[in-house]
Design a protein around this ligand. Structure first.
Ligand SMILES: [Zn+2]
Length: 159
């Protein structure tokens, strides 16, 4: 373990205290390379960390994992409804999710959950479209999938 790490998957999850990937997937030290940001929002650091995991640690799988009742996505739903973004850094984060919320149809059932799924799928697609990560996908060295974790039933559903 001291000599290096060989995690078998990379998880991009939410910072929410209820969704630590190691516990969700029942994995131990050295198993998962994890990156977490509220709402799994991408920025340069997140992309750099993901690319490091693929390029240097050769993890063949990235899982973008959203979760039920995500506060970051909920804040974007709220901003969509009120037309007002929160101030400062939080507004910047919420603004990153707003586009997905705006393009998700509201069928009157569980709009927040629809947005949670759409956000995870959207981020996974952005990673597939990324010039560096997308290259590993087309070479067959990497698969990028999205998932939704249910807080109620503790189950991961693949999207
Ligand atoms: Zn969340």
């Amino acid at each position: 373990m001291v000599e290096g790490q060989a995690p078998f998957a990379t998880i991009l999850g939410c910072s929410d205290s209820r969704v630590p990937p190691e516990l969700v997937f029942d994995q131990g030290l050295g198993d998962l390379f994890t990156i977490r940001s509220a709402g799994q929002v991408l920025d340069g650091s997140v992309l750099g960390s993901l690319t490091y995991a693929v390029e240097h640690l050769h993890t063949p799988l990235i899982v973008v994992m959203g979760h039920q009742t995500c506060g970051a996505v909920d804040a974007a739903v709220e901003a969509h409804r009120t037309g007002q973004l929160p101030h400062g850094h939080i507004g910047g984060l919420v603004g990153e999710i707003l586009g997905v919320v705006e393009s998700t149809p509201d069928d009157g059932t569980d709009f927040l959950d629809d947005c949670v799924r759409a956000n995870a799928e959207h981020i996974a697609q952005r990673l597939r479209d990324d010039s560096e990560l997308g290259g590993f996908v087309s070479e067959g060295k990497l698969e990028i999938v999205s998932a939704r974790y249910g807080l109620e039933d503790s189950k991961v559903s693949w999207l």
